[in-house]
Design a protein around this ligand. Structure first.
Ligand SMILES: Cc1ncc(C[n+]2csc(CCOP(=O)(O)OP(=O)(O)O)c2C)c(N)n1
Ligand SMILES: O=C1C[C@@H](O)[C@H](O)[C@@H](O)C1=O
Ligand SMILES: [Mg+2]
Length: 637
């Protein structure tokens, strides 16, 4: 037997984390960058003690809300293309419960993060301890069981020696591109501090290889046949294409064979918006150009995409009578979607192998790609120049609010600015290599349609879970990943109110983020959704008990934390604020008052939502009928 080293479980954990490396395309670097923490009695004397004693290369960062710091870890890993992670340690009970939303976000987006919540006593001697839920039907259930449905691997460590097999499994899952996702290793509070004679070999440097899985001959031949037989193939660029680093080969294939590219939220900015064949986002929140191209396509080459209802317009985006599907995905489960021909392999490797076999092939899209792109760019210019009128304003979201109500908003918020105009003013004003992030509300739709990233991998919208609160938390993660660049967090007033605690952490650790807050005094997109489906405006505006529109001074909140703040309600004030914010070293917040109903609306798309089948309202009955008609046209599965 080899040499032994006596450590507590938590000390062994920290020592092990320091020794995990990843190897990608010939480069090797530590996989765990640091540890976010909020200490409580469930982890301070165990993991806290171990980190205090010897953190090694790990950066230790104090979070302000478990969900917030965990979302920062998700965004960090996403920006690092899943090649580096932060671990997240929490106390027991509410501390670990606060991780559930973040774990769901990581899972829906296939992002590796290591969650280390404390667990109840293994000995059960002091039970029930403070914050122990004490489930009556089973003593084995703890709050951490709530993390099982949102973890790709879950384990509870109740003896020090279990840590070894548990961690090896955890790192195998996180560093495998087909299974990458959140991992939970919950360690009993008493066991964190218990000592054990660990084999020294457990702590040797471990390299996890992120090898690129190559397609087999049958897969390549099948893919080539499908492409050569198609007249109008379309490439749907998903997150997997970005993580695989497929930009150059995508552009080469697209140019050579005249195949348009359209993007999912996760795939956007794999290839910059300025690329001539990039028609932008597709689906419910897609562009007119991408959605028109999708309807014409007879072969959809889905690369690293989950085909969510947003990307496929609830399975109405394509002409299913003629379109075939070719899916390239490291996940076999994902590759089966839409009855596709499956290539279960790395995106970049597969496309590189396809390239020489497609020589001479040209699609029949002809000038259609450039015409569609030009048409969309015109529409985008129109959206940049929307002007409010007090007598007859026709907003993007039509027929919901009367002129009187729109004027009431303009007066209450002191603004005449449209959201699309504001967003495009920001797009023009920021440095092109800046990173941008958002996740919930109306902003992700606007971003997917009209934000043009000029530099690859600068667009990080989380739309797998669309988690309110990710925006500001995630901006901190992106800053940690790419400290040399500015990061802009686009956040609605609703999301800001839900969670912005890590703005404080960004200031505390001198990690400058820029929060661009769009205040329309309400849950705007949900108001659109309900009114667009025949309901009235019901609990989605921020109105007081006596029906006054709330005008909240969010800038003052951020100022209280120490951020540099700006209050703007015209496009020129906004541009000036962006310029000044660039000069700051501290985090900034730009509060923009925008009019409701001025976000972008759908472009030849449909979203299957759960309308009421029976109701007393004729407008709801009508919405139900219209949706049922659309459903008849949709692919059933
Ligand atoms: C954690 C979470 N809770 C609820 C939702 C549902 N939801 C989606 S958008 C939204 C309102 C967003 O309001 P705001 O941030 O002001 O954005 P707006 O739509 O006004 O642009 C809600 C409640 C969600 N996505 N995430
Ligand atoms: O319910 C929702 C509707 C979407 O428009 C929005 O972007 C998303 O955040 C959401 O949760
Ligand atoms: Mg809002």
């Amino acid at each position: 037997m080899g040499k032994k080293i006596r450590l507590t479980t938590a000390q062994a954990l920290v020592k092990f984390l320091n020794q995990q490396y990843i190897h990608v395309d010939g480069e090797e670097f530590p996989f765990v960058e640091g540890v976010f923490n909020i200490f409580g009695h469930g982890n301070v004397l165990g993991i806290g003690q171990a980190l205090e004693q010897e953190a090694g290369h790990l950066k230790v960062i104090q979070g302000k809300n478990e969900q917030g710091m965990a979302l920062a870890a998700v965004a960090y890993s996403k920006q690092m293309l899943r090649r580096k992670i932060y671990a997240v340690t929490t106390s027991v009970g509410p501390g670990s419960a606060n991780l559930v939303t973040a774990a769901g976000t990581a899972l829906a987006n296939n992002i590796p993060v290591l969650f280390l919540p404390g667990d109840t006593f293994a000995t059960r001697q002091p039970d029930p301890v403070l914050q122990q839920v004490e489930q009556e039907y089973s003593a084995a259930i703890t709050t951490n069981d709530a993390l099982k449905p949102v973890s790709r691997y879950w384990d509870r460590v109740t003896r020090p020696e279990q840590l070894m097999s548990s961690l090896i499994r955890a790192f195998e899952v996180m560093t495998n591109s087909a299974t990458a996702g959140p991992v939970t290793v919950a360690i009993s509070q008493d066991v964190e501090g218990e000592a054990y004679d660990y084999d020294e070999a457990f702590f040797k440097k471990r390299v996890h290889y992120l090898d690129r899985k190559a397609p087999v001959e049958r897969e390549i031949q099948g893919a080539v046949e499908l492409i050569k037989a198609s007249k109008k193939p379309l490439i749907l660029v998903g997150g997997g294409a970005k993580y695989s680093g497929a930009r150059e080969i995508l552009m080469e294939l697209s140019k050579k064979h005249h195949i348009p590219l359209v993007e999912t939220q996760a795939g956007k900015s794999t290839v910059e918006a300025t690329f001539k064949n990039n028609l932008g986002g597709m689906g419910v929140t897609g562009t007119l150009s991408a959605n028109k191209a999708a309807k014409q396509a007879d072969l959809i080459i889905g690369i690293g995409t989950r085909y969510t209802d947003f990307a496929t317009s609830s399975k109405t985006a394509f002409d299913f009578d003629q379109a075939k599907f070719l899916n390239i995905n490291v996940s076999r489960m994902q590759s089966y979607k839409l009855d596709a021909f499956q290539v279960v392999a790395d995106a970049k490797t597969t496309l590189e192998q396809l390239a020489p076999l497609l020589e001479g092939y040209v699609s029949e899209f002809g000038d259609i790609i450039s015409e569609l792109k030009a048409e969309w760019l015109n529409e985008r210019s129109r959206l940049a120049n929307v002007e409010f009128k007090r007598e007859s304003f026709d907003p993007e979201i039509k027929g919901h609010f009367s002129q009187e109500v729109l004027n009431e908003y303009a007066d209450a918020l002191g603004t005449e600015l449209a959201q699309t105009t504001a967003l495009l003013a920001v797009n023009e004003a920021v440095d092109p290599d800046s990173n941008v992030i958002t996740s919930a509300g109306s902003l992700p739709g606007d971003m997917q349609r009209i934000w043009n990233p000029a530099v690859p991998n600068t667009y990080s919208v989380e739309y797998g879970y669309s988690c309110m609160g990710y925006e500001i938390s995630g901006a901190l993660g992106i800053k940690l990943a790419e400290p040399e660049k500015e990061v802009y967090s686009f956040v609605g007033d609703g999301s800001f109110l839900m969670l912005h605690s890590e703005l404080v952490t960004s200031i505390q650790y001198n990690q400058k983020i820029n929060v661009v807050l769009f205040d329309n005094s309400g849950f705007g997109c949900i108001n659109n959704l309900q009114m667009g489906n025949g309901m009235g405006t019901y609990f989605t505006e921020f109105r007081t008990h006596d029906n006054q529109i709330m005008n909240i001074d969010y800038a003052k909140v951020a100022e209280g934390y120490g951020a540099k703040v700006y209050r703007v309600n015209t496009a020129s004030e906004l541009k000036a604020a962006i310029e000044d914010a660039k000069k700051q070293t501290v985090s900034t917040l730009i509060e923009i008052k925008v009019l409701p109903k001025t976000m972008t609306e759908g472009y030849e798309n449909w979203w299957h939502v759960g309308n009421a089948e029976v109701s007393e309202s004729p407008s709801i009955q009508k919405a139900y009928e219209e949706n049922s008609k659309m459903l008849e046209k949709a692919k059933q599965y």
